[in-house]
Design a protein around this ligand. Structure first.
Ligand SMILES: Cc1cc2nc3c(=O)[nH]c(=O)nc-3n(C[C@H](O)[C@H](O)[C@H](O)COP(=O)(O)OP(=O)(O)OC[C@H]3O[C@@H](n4cnc5c(N)ncnc54)[C@H](O)[C@@H]3O)c2cc1C
Length: 382
């Protein structure tokens, strides 16, 4: 599997969600010729459907079974976001939609309050430690009227208008001389000399929840990339339903989370989310689910009760069992994967792009990056 440093001069990147676009740009900026394959143009996968929270804090107190270093990965990427967004804006001439923190997390039940305490304890010696703001909640976020059992301001947690980010990334990719965009499905083939990367030196699969389904061979012997490495089978779908309402008078200024409900104000709409439904792959939102999300948000922020619904949708998070992405070279040499970012793909885009370019171009990976490699997943059965 070892190869000479920098011997990858061209690469096929499959999927133009935020992970594929960010990786393609980073690789092309470092001199690799990229062909970017996207079967739906403009791209409208999870990266379009997301709420855009850049929220590492809750990963610090994530449920058992979550990858033990996921918070570290999220925290590191959160710190790259501001510069990354500025560079995208300069290059594309468009807004990348970035808003720095803080966000607000509130608790209405004892269980939610316990989670806030756990987050606070875990992050107490962190340079962006949360602040208890229960006693001054009215000043911090006047739109929250319901009595809360706990309230934390999370300076680490910003947000991005992910649709603006995606458009800025697309504009950068379209303008980049080193990126050739192919608006079609990509297929990998096997030849007598090994894998044919569509005429490139390597392939990077970033096809979101469909990563395991990327076609391998055509006609007789047709299969998907899981046949090359079962690590792809770890990437599965987690559906999520959300809605957007029009901005309202006395609406929230900050991103507000309470239990599984979050309210994320953007410049022109307010996002209300979300369900997390393992295995759901329908893109059709259910009216009753959307109505119940809207009601739950209005219990937290009463001004939202009569807000006009602008849009309701369902998206599909590419997840894994331990909620962490898989980043690295598979057991098939020169076949790379960056997928399975679950609820943090928008947050993790800048760091994922860097990790993949360091590995593909320089064969260089940090201990943190190696903890998310396909090899780590096998070794530790994560
Ligand atoms: C409801 C919801 C809320 C979310 N909220 C947040 C949040 O607040 N913060 C956060 O950080 N993350 C959030 N996420 C998660 C985040 O959206 C994902 O982790 C991230 O977008 C994954 O990016 P991706 O590029 O891997 O996948 P995608 O954006 O799905 O992109 C994959 C692309 O690959 C293409 N493709 C698939 N197969 C092929 C093929 N064979 N050939 C060519 N192209 C192909 C698809 O068309 C698609 O465009 C949310 C997700 C959902 C659904």
């Amino acid at each position: 599997m070892s190869r000479a440093s920098s011997d990858i001069q061209s690469i096929a990147v499959i999927g133009a969600g935020i992970i594929g676009l960010a990786s393609a740009l980073e690789l092309a900026d470092r001199g690799v010729r990229v062909t970017l394959y996207e079967k739906q143009w403009p791209p409208r996968g999870a990266s379009w459907a997301a709420a855009g929270m850049l929220a590492p804090a809750f990963e610090a107190a994530a449920a058992p079974g979550t990858h033990p270093r996921l918070f570290e990965l999220c925290d590191k990427s959160a710190r790259l976001w501001s510069d990354w967004a500025s560079r995208l804006e300069t290059r594309s001439g468009r807004s990348a939609g970035y808003f720095p923190g803080p966000s607000l997390a509130i608790a209405h039940t004892e269980e939610q309050a316990a989670l806030l305490r756990a987050v606070s304890n875990k992050l107490s010696d962190h340079d962006l430690a949360p602040q208890d703001c229960l006693s001054r909640l009215e000043d911090v976020e006047p739109s929250i009227e319901a009595p809360a059992r706990g309230a934390l301001l999370l300076p680490s947690d910003g947000q991005a208008d992910n649709r603006a980010t995606l458009k800025a990334l697309v504009a950068c990719a379209e303008a980049h001389e080193g990126i050739n965009i192919q608006k079609r499905e990509a297929s990998i083939r096997e030849t007598s000399r090994g894998i044919d990367h569509a005429g490139h030196d390597a392939t990077l699969i970033t096809a979101g929840w469909r990563s395991a389904k990327v076609a391998f061979n055509q006609g007789e012997g047709a299969s998907d990339v899981s046949a090359l490495d079962p690590v792809f089978d770890h990437i599965v779908a987690f559906g999520g339903q959300m809605l957007a309402v029009a901005p309202v008078k006395h609406g929230p200024r900050l991103t507000v989370r309470c239990g599984h409900i979050y309210i994320v104000p953007k410049a022109d709409r307010i996002i209300i989310g979300a369900t997390t439904e393992p295995g759901r792959t329908s893109l059709e939102p259910e009216p009753s689910t959307i109505a119940s999300l809207h009601r739950a948000a209005a219990e937290i922020c009463p001004a939202l009760a009569n807000a006009e619904i602008l849009e309701a949708w369902a998206g599909i998070r590419p997840g894994t069992k331990n909620h962490a992405p898989i980043l690295g070279e598979t057991s098939t040499p020169r076949l790379f994967v960056a997928a399975g970012h679950f609820r943090n793909g928008i947050l993790l885009a800048p760091l994922t792009a860097k990790i993949m370019a360091d590995l593909i171009i320089d064969q260089n990976s940090s201990a943190l990056a190696r903890a998310f490699s396909p090899q780590a997943r096998y070794a530790e059965q994560l």
